[in-house]
Write a protein that binds this ligand. Structure first.
Ligand code: C5P
Ligand code: MG
Length: 276
């Protein structure tokens, strides 16, 4: 938590001002979980449901989702139980997607034709962070190429935004052949998959981190940031709210239930960053 007067306020010397950084999950955290009673797609779902996937491929990807998603969010299973099953889900889905001859040049159109939505208030969030030179690290177990395209089309892919995610690899003809490693799934979002990225370098001077997530797996995203003194963990509890509330309240500092906006995050940032 942010504690003590020294971290916020206007009468402080610049030395005492916080050096915040934001680490955020993408799917169902920066993007919406639902709209008008309908589920919004994850970055994987955008591909799964797109016109470039065969009917047989779609059915198989749906089957995987229906089998593994309840396991992913099950509050009664341990991490040890879940981890190998998540590796299985991601590997099987990536294998299926890699058989579909997806073209790099089709990605922008696939995103445009999808039902994906960023949470209300996304523009204020990205604009505030950019204006104040606050690094925003998006750490996602989704598909990097897709989520980058989403924020590009929303005109908020600013220079302070960095993404660590699963990226696709294409052959010389621009056809998807496989996903590059290391594989990032819901429950290995920690420094084990961050070697060789700019993550720690970019966040190395940041003493206060705001962490945004929607899964219990997102809680480890700031592990290993060297100078961190305070982490404010904000969790979006989207699904199975009753069953999971207790665990979320234990693990996150702030829990937002069925909130499709970034208003709370923007309010906190406004308070931290605004000089009056
Ligand atoms: O960005 P984030 O880390 O939230 O992305 C992971 C999400 O993508 C998971 O919560 C999972 O439910 C979803 N997923 C999916 N299809 C897959 C694998 C993961 O929709 N094949
Ligand atoms: Mg998520």
């Amino acid at each position: 938590m942010f504690e003590g007067e020294g971290l916020v306020g206007t009468k402080l010397s610049p030395v005492l001002k916080p050096e915040p950084g934001v680490i955020s999950d993408f799917d169902m955290t920066l993007s919406r979980f639902g709209c008008n009673g309908r589920r919004c797609p994850t970055s994987h779902n955008i591909l799964d449901n797109s016109r470039v996937i065969s009917e047989d491929g779609k059915r198989k990807l749906q089957d995987l989702l229906h089998y593994y998603y309840p396991i992913e969010i099950d509050p009664n299973r341990t991490l040890e139980e879940k981890c190998p099953l998540m590796v299985e889900w991601w590997s099987r889905a990536h294998e299926l997607l890699s058989q579909q001859k997806i073209q790099k040049g089709d990605i922008a159109q696939i995103v445009r034709e999808s039902d994906v939505m960023l949470r209300d208030g996304f523009k204020e969030l990205f604009d505030q962070l950019h204006k104040n030179n606050v690094p925003l690290f998006i750490f996602s177990a989704g598909v990097g190429d897709i989520l980058e395209e989403i924020i590009r089309q929303a005109n908020v892919f600013y220079s302070n935004v960095n993404v660590v995610s699963n990226y696709m690899d294409f052959d010389d003809n621009g056809i998807l052949t496989h996903f590059k490693g290391p594989l990032i799934h819901t429950y290995n979002k920690n420094n084990s998959v961050l070697q060789g990225t700019k993550y720690f370098q970019q966040l190395s001077t940041r003493t206060s981190i705001i962490l945004l997530g929607d899964s219990m797996g997102d809680l480890t995203m700031a592990d290993g940031v060297p100078s961190v003194e305070n982490i404010l963990k904000i969790g979006f509890l989207n699904d199975k709210v009753e069953e999971r509330r207790e665990k979320y309240l234990d693990a996150y500092d702030i829990v937002l239930e069925s909130d499709e906006t970034l208003d709370v995050v923007n309010g906190i940032l406004r308070y931290l960053l605004t000089e009056t």
